[in-house]
Ligand binder design. Structure first.
Ligand code: C2E
Ligand code: MG
Ligand code: MG
Length: 733
């Protein structure tokens, strides 16, 4: 029988379902009826299922229609003879066994039949035993063949199934040889790591492991335990082909061993086992690990700035305290609060506010060393832990650095923003020995800075106690203050020292608190702004200061003007311009006798809306002054766009005049600039004669300060102004 081609095997495989275990059918092909009959008798008697035909054509028809196991074929037939039938069967890959039963006695005939694929050649007249033997053998052989084919098909099916299972596995499945090189890896490696399967085969596993985990991997892969403990679990980072980010895998590895007879074994009782490699499954747990990391991060961080939150800060602070106690070392805690952040947030919106906080966090981070912890506790409050600080001066240095770094303007969403911060510091162990007391004292120190005009730092001291402004009840008190008429306006003269004339009085608010006495605006203006109470308070001042001006004018003092501080929140409110104009008209005051002071920082934050309002006020002759000038970063261009009349040089520059040349040069520059822009200039906070003289020598003649007059209650103003009219130079002394 010729060798089976693969096409034939496939064909057979397809036919496999047609094979049954029942006795196969035998087809007798003989044109002699008598022969047919006797053969049929014989076969039937021996348990075969028999069919008969008399010609080659009929035989072929039958074979095509039915599943015929064995054909007993006569060669000499009319028409299509036996050879033709065999040729047909062979040409059409028909699975049937042919036994030629023929009267041909020549050797060639027999040889020819066998060549054509006949299984046996039996001569007529046949011996019954011979024939039965041959049929019996052919039948057995066929049964074996069928069993073989079935097994083959099952194996192939099973192979296909296993390959499918392995490749469709969500995990990477692999086998390493005893040197640690890949001999097998499933298709999953392509989707998870981006390598082709072919690329991996032959590679050493260490080439796939990320360097961070290399040592761990080598240790575990070499461990090679046996028995129940043979399976090892190990988390590993694996390299990806097209990314620098490794992915995380949970690996389960198992040594592969064979025993002395070459059987894969896993029982530790067997001896003489040989290690031939490693079987491994790697499950991608990157997403889970990332999710866990995010959850852990969220639990300990503020999501806006990505800084540590209160929980993490407490944790670190506790650790640092334990360390400091054990080593008798020191540490510092700082409490930072941004000055007037609320105003920016309210006037420019939360998105700008959020972006500003992020930018502030970034700058603060640059001021720190590695072991320091900067946390955001919410709002505009930050806390800083300096665990490595020995001396107070070290903490001071950090505070100064922070203040300086926040001084540069922030560019946020097309706004140029200026911000400052108040910092309270507590030092371990002098200012507290517990976490709570250190934080609380840093907090109190911070409020003390706020109370003293903001933008600075201070260490905690016992006499700060719990500052009033820190008290939650202050807001309620502030509301009550308006109704209870507890606010007072003090007036401070602004003097032209060349002529001695008081050309203006600045209205400065005071709070006459029933228990605490006179409170400075530094202690409550910010809260008033935050709670928007400043609108009512500010309007109250506008009304009363203008009424006061009217009183002066009625007393014949017609040239003096009043300067009133206006905060951004106030300017922002609807109808502000009309409100001001209305007050002026009620009191019969021309616009040019009112000056509105806006701090430089407010101006810089201001929206187009605010600028529009200032321009409108200016159109009515009302004067606009920039207060605390020099503390921000106004550019010349910016100033030119605004309807400004006066620049007020901030008192910090004046204070340093006598001993600091750098600040003096700033003042000189401001004066020169003001002259260039044709602006008036007033120096604030003039306290000494030296300051006055220097300012005068720089041709700054307008001044305000304790040297020329303290802020005074309104009752005293008329007397002062009258005296000044009569004796101008007395105020300059
Ligand atoms: P400002 O507008 O720059 O006012 C000048 C501050 O300097 C006043 O403090 C004044 O008393 C003080 N001062 C004047 N001369 C000297 C001096 O020679 N030496 C020193 N060391 N200080 C001097 P005050 O009255 O405590 O006001 C503080 C700030 O509070 C003001 O600064 C202003 O920004 C704000 N403020 C005051 N009244 C009002 C108000 O009615 N509305 C608003 N929105 N803010 C106000
Ligand atoms: Mg002012
Ligand atoms: Mg000022």
């Amino acid at each position: 029988m010729p060798l089976k081609t693969s096409a034939k095997i496939n064909n057979e495989l397809n036919d496999i379902s047609n094979f049954s275990d029942a006795a196969e059918k035998i087809l007798i092909v003989d044109d002699e009826k008598l022969h047919q009959y006797s053969l049929k008798e014989l076969m039937t008697k021996n348990g075969y299922n028999v069919d008969c035909v008399s010609s080659g054509e009929q035989a072929i028809e039958k074979i095509q229609q039915e599943n015929i196991g064995i054909v007993l074929l006569d060669l000499n037939l009319d028409g299509m003879n036996g050879d033709d039938v065999m040729q047909f069967i062979s040409d059409n890959n028909i699975n049937t066994t042919i036994i030629v039963v023929s009267g041909e006695t020549s050797f060639e005939a027999a040889e020819n039949s066998l060549k054509h694929g006949a299984y046996d050649y039996i001569r007529k007249p046949y011996s019954i035993d011979n024939l039965l033997n041959s049929v019996g053998n052919a039948s057995k052989k066929r049964q074996l063949e069928v069993a073989n084919l079935k097994m083959h098909a099952q194996l192939k099916e099973s192979e296909k199934l296993h390959r499918y299972i392995v490749n469709k596995s969500p995990d990477i499945v692999y086998i390493l040889d005893n040197k640690g090189r890949f001999t097998f890896i499933n298709k999953r490696v392509e989707t998870l790591l981006g390598y082709r399967m072919k690329e991996i085969i032959g590679k050493h596993y260490t080439e796939l492991v990320h360097e961070e985990d290399l040592e761990k991997a080598q240790f575990k892969f070499n461990e090679r335990r046996t028995g129940k403990r043979a399976s090892i679990n190990i988390e590993l980072k694996l390299r990806c082909k097209n990314s620098t980010h490794p992915r995380n895998f949970d690996n389960r590895i198992l040594p592969i061993e064979i025993n002395s007879v070459g059987v894969y074994s896993s029982h530790d009782t067997e001896e003489n086992k040989k290690f031939i490699g490693t079987y491994g499954i790697a499950r991608d747990i990157t997403d889970r690990i990332e999710a866990e990391e995010i959850i852990r991060f969220q639990a300990y961080h503020d999501m806006l700035t990505r800084l540590p939150n209160r929980t993490l800060l407490n944790d670190r602070l506790n650790q640092a305290l334990t360390h400091a106690k054990r080593n008798k070392s020191n540490l510092s805690v700082m409490f930072l609060d941004l000055d007037r952040f609320k105003v920016i947030n309210d006037t420019l919106g939360h998105i700008v506010g959020d972006h500003l906080l992020q930018a502030v966090a970034m700058r603060l981070r640059h001021c720190l060393r590695e072991g320091d912890t900067l946390a955001r506790l919410g709002g505009d409050e930050f806390t800083l832990l300096l665990p490595e600080v020995k001396y107070r001066q070290d903490a001071e240095r950090v505070a100064r650095k922070i203040i300086k770094s926040l001084k540069m303007p922030f560019k946020i969403d097309n706004h140029e923003l200026f911000i400052s911060t108040s910092i309270g510091i507590s030092h371990y162990p002098e200012d507290g020995e517990t976490m709570e007391s250190l934080i609380k004292h840093a907090d109190i120190a911070m409020y003390s800075v706020k109370g003293n005009g903001k933008n600075g730092y201070q260490f905690y001291s016992n006499n700060m106690v719990n500052d009033f402004s820190h008290n939650l009840s202050m807001e309620n008190d502030l509301r009550r203050a308006l109704e209870g008429e507890q606010f007072r306006i003090y007036y401070q003269p602004q003097v032209d020292i060349e002529s001695g004339e008081i050309f203006a009085m600045e209205a400065l608010i005071r709070w006459q608190h029933p228990e605490r006495g006179l409170i400075s605006p530094n202690e409550f203006i910010e809260l008033a702004e935050e709670t928007c109470l400043i609108k009512q308070i500010g309007n109250w001042i506008l009304q009363n200061a203008c009424a006061e001006l009217k009183r002066w004018r009625e007393a014949g003092l017609n040239d003096v003007r009043v300067a009133i501080n206006v905060s951004a929140v106030q300017l922002e409110q609807n109808g502000f311009v009309d409100f001001v104009l209305n007050i002026l008209s009620i009191n019969d005051i021309p616009g040019k006798y009112l000056e509105i002071e806006i701090t430089e920082n407010t101006l810089m934050h201001d929206t187009d809306n605010g600028i529009l309002k200032l321009r409108e006020l200016s159109n009515y002759g009302i004067k606009i002054a920039v207060d605390d000038f020099g503390t921000g970063y106004s550019s010349l261009n910016y100033l030119k766009r605004l309807p400004i009349d006066t620049l007020k040089i901030d008192q910090s520059f004046v204070r340093d005049i006598s001993n600091n040349d750098e600040d003096s040069s700033i003042i000189k520059a401001i004066i020169a600039m003001a002259r260039g822009l044709n602006l008036n200039i007033i120096a604030e906070g003039v306290e000494t004669k030296t300051q006055l003289k220097k300012l005068k020598s720089w041709r700054c003649k307008n001044m305000q300060g304790f040297l020329l007059g303290q802020p005074m209650p309104s009752d005293d103003t008329l007397v002062l102004l009258k005296n000044n009219e009569n004796n101008r130079m007395s105020i300059v002394k």
